[in-house]
Design a protein around this ligand. Structure first.
Ligand SMILES: Nc1ncnc2c1ncn2[C@@H]1O[C@H](COP(=O)(O)OP(=O)(O)OP(=O)(O)O)[C@@H](O)[C@H]1O
Ligand SMILES: [Mg+2]
Length: 492
C-alpha cells in the first residue's frame, strides 16, 4: 500500500503528470469557450429566424387594430382588440409608440409600470428595405435588447403618426430553449463535441506518455552511466531534439568509454614498463656486483683477468647509463604537456658530430661509419636534443646489427617536404614478420635476446619523437642484406 502511495506521489511530481494536467486544463478551457461561442451563435441565429419569420406580424396586427386605434391608442376598443390578440399568442407584448418612440399605449400583460422610450433608429432600421437581421432594441419594459416587429400606424381621430411595436423577446426565448432541448442538430453537435473532447484527451495522454517514456529511457541510461556502466547507449535515436540529446549522450558515453580504455591501457603499459625496467636494471647490476666481488676475492689475480673483469664492469656501467638516458627521454616524451623545444640547426653538422662520438665504437666493432651529406643542406626546424637521441639510437642499432667488415652510413638529402635523414647499414637486417612490431616498447629481435643485448626501447623512442615532430618513420629492411631507417624533418 505504502509503495503504491509513493509511486502515486512520484507520478504526481513527474513531468508527464504536469504536461498532462496542463493539456487537460487547456482542452477543457477550449471546449468551454467553443461551447459558449456555439450557444451564443445559436441564440443569435434563433433570434434572426424569429424576426425574419415575424417581420410582417406588426403590419398584419396593425391592419386588425386599425379601426380600434382610430378611437385612440389608449381607447377601450384598442385594449379589447389587443387582449383578443394576446389570448391567441400570449408571448406577444404590444405597444403603440409615438413618432419619437415614446409609449402611447401599453397592451402588455402585466403592463410595464414605467414604460420607456424605444430607439426610433432601431425601428427605422427594421422598416428599411432589406435590413440586416436581427435588429435588436430595448423593449418598453427594459431589460436586454431583443427582437421585435414594427409597423407604421396612424392613431386617434387626428391620425397621429406612430408605430405598432410587437415585442418578440419572450417568443424568441421560448423557441430558442425549445430548439436547444429538442433539436437533433444540437444533440448531434453536443455528442460530437463530447466525443472530440474525449478522443483529444485520450490521444494527448497517450502521446505525452510516449514522449516522456523516451525521457525516462534517457534518464535511466544516464543513471546507469553514473553508476559505472559505461557501455550504456540509447538505441535508434530519432531526429528531433530528444534524439539529438540521445546522440550527444551516446557520443559522450563513447568518449568516456574510450578514454577509460586508454587510461587502463596506459596503466597496463606503465606496470609492464616498471616490471621490464626492474629486470633490465637488475641484470647489469648483478653482473657488476659479481665482477667487483671477483676482484675483491682475488687481489693477486693476473693482469689479464683483472682487465677482463674491469672491461665487464665498464660494459655494464655503460649499459646502465644508456638505460638511464633512454628512460629520461621516455619521461620527457610521456610528459605531453611539455612542448618541443624547436630550433633551427644544420643537420649535417649534427650528423658529423654524432658520427664522431660513435667512431670509437665502430672501430672496435670493425665497422666503417660514414656520413654522406652536402654540408650546404638547408637548415631544419626541430628539437635538437631529441633529434640527437634519434641519431644516436639509430647508429647504435646499426653498429650492433652489422658484423665486422660491414658499413654504416648516415645520409641526408633535401626533398620537397624537408630534409630526409637516413641511417643505412649492410648488417643482418630484420625479418619481415618482425617489422610491424619492431617499434613497440621493449620489443627485441630473437638474435638480440639471444645475445642479451639492449632493452628494446630505442626504436620506440625514435618513433615517438617522430610522431611529436609530426613526421613518420620508415623502416626498410631485408634479412641478410641490411636496413634503412629514415625520417623527414621540415625546413627551417
Ligand atoms: N638496423 C637494425 N638491423 C637489425 N636489427 C635492428 C636494427 N635496429 C634495431 N634492430 C633490432 O630491433 C630491436 C629493437 O631495437 P631497439 O633499438 O628498440 O632496442 P634495443 O636496441 O634492443 O635496445 P636499446 O636501443 O633500448 O638499447 C632490437 O632487438 C634490435 O636488435
Ligand atoms: Mg637500440
Amino acid at each position: 500500500m505504502n509503495r503504491l502511495l509513493s509511486r502515486g506521489a512520484r507520478l504526481g511530481r513527474s513531468l508527464y503528470a504536469r504536461i498532462a494536467l496542463g493539456y487537460l486544463i487547456s482542452l477543457l478551457l477550449l471546449s468551454v469557450a467553443a461551447a459558449w461561442i456555439a450557444i451564443s451563435q445559436f441564440n443569435q441565429l434563433g433570434r434572426e429566424l424569429q424576426q425574419r419569420q415575424e417581420l410582417n406580424l406588426a403590419d398584419n396586427l396593425a391592419k386588425v387594430m386599425q379601426p380600434a386605434l382610430q378611437q385612440g391608442a389608449d381607447s377601450a376598443a384598442a385594449h379589447d382588440t389587443a387582449r383578443h390578440i394576446a389570448s391567441i399568442n400570449p408571448s406577444l407584448a404590444l405597444y403603440v409608440l409615438d413618432e419619437r418612440g415614446r409609449v402611447v399605449a401599453d397592451y402588455a400583460e402585466p403592463s410595464c409600470g414605467q414604460a420607456q422610450q424605444v430607439s426610433t433608429q432601431a425601428l427605422e432600421t427594421l422598416l428599411s428595405e432589406e435590413p440586416m437581421l436581427p435588429v435588436l432594441a430595448v423593449s418598453p419594459c427594459g431589460g436586454e435588447p431583443g427582437v421585435f416587429s414594427v409597423a407604421r400606424i396612424a392613431y386617434g381621430d387626428t391620425g397621429d403618426p406612430g408605430y405598432l411595436y410587437a415585442d418578440l423577446t419572450n417568443a424568441s426565448h421560448a423557441s430558442m430553449f425549445a430548439m436547444l432541448r429538442t433539436s437533433s442538430i444540437t444533440r448531434t453537435l453536443m455528442a460530437a463535441g463530447l466525443m472530440a473532447l474525449l478522443v483529444c484527451g485520450l490521444f494527448g495522454l497517450v502521446w505525452f506518455a510516449l514522449l516522456t517514456r523516451r525521457f525516462t529511457r534517457l534518464t535511466t541510461a544516464v543513471q546507469r552511466l553514473a553508476g559505472g556502466d559505461y557501455s550504456q547507449r540509447i538505441e535508434a535515436p530519432s531526429d528531433d531534439e530528444l534524439g539529438r540529446l540521445a546522440r550527444a549522450f551516446n557520443d559522450m558515453a563513447g568518449t568516456i568509454e574510450a578514454q577509460l580504455a586508454a587510461m587502463r591501457e596506459t596503466d597496463r603499459q606503465r606496470r609492464e614498463l616498471i616490471a621490464n625496467l626492474t629486470h633490465d636494471f637488475r641484470t647489469p647490476l648483478t653482473s657488476l656486483r659479481g665482477y667487483a666481488e671477483q676482484l675483491l676475492a682475488a687481489p693477486q689475480c693476473s693482469a689479464d683477468e683483472r682487465r677482463q673483469a674491469l672491461d665487464a664492469i665498464l660494459d655494464n656501467a655503460d649499459r646502465l647509463t644508456r638505460l638511464a638516458q633512454q628512460l629520461s627521454t621516455l619521461a620527457r616524451l610521456d610528459a605531453y604537456d611539455k612542448p618541443l623545444q624547436r630550433e633551427y640547426f644544420s643537420l649535417p653538422e649534427l650528423a658529423y658530430d654524432i658520427a664522431g662520438k660513435f667512431q670509437n665504437q665502430a672501430r672496435q666493432a670493425g665497422v666503417t661509419l660514414n656520413v654522406a651529406c652536402d654540408p650546404e643542406l638547408p637548415w631544419v626546424d626541430a628539437d635538437l636534443g631529441l633529434i640527437d637521441r634519434v641519431l644516436s639510437n639509430l647508429i647504435d642499432n646499426a653498429l650492433h646489427a652489422t658484423p665486422a667488415g660491414g658499413w654504416v652510413r648516415l645520409d641526408a638529402e633535401a626533398q620537397d617536404e624537408g630534409v630526409r635523414l637516413s641511417v643505412v647499414d649492410n648488417g643482418v637486417g630484420i625479418a619481415a614478420e618482425e617489422l610491424p612490431v619492431i617499434t613497440q616498447r621493449f620489443y627485441r629481435t630473437r638474435e638480440s635476446i639471444a645475445k642479451g643485448e639492449g632493452s628494446g626501447l630505442g626504436l620506440s623512442i625514435v618513433r615517438e619523437i617522430c610522431e611529436r615532430h609530426g613526421t613518420g618513420m620508415e623502416i626498410d629492411s631485408r634479412r641478410g642484406e641490411g636496413t634503412r631507417v629514415s625520417l623527414v624533418l621540415p625546413f627551417a
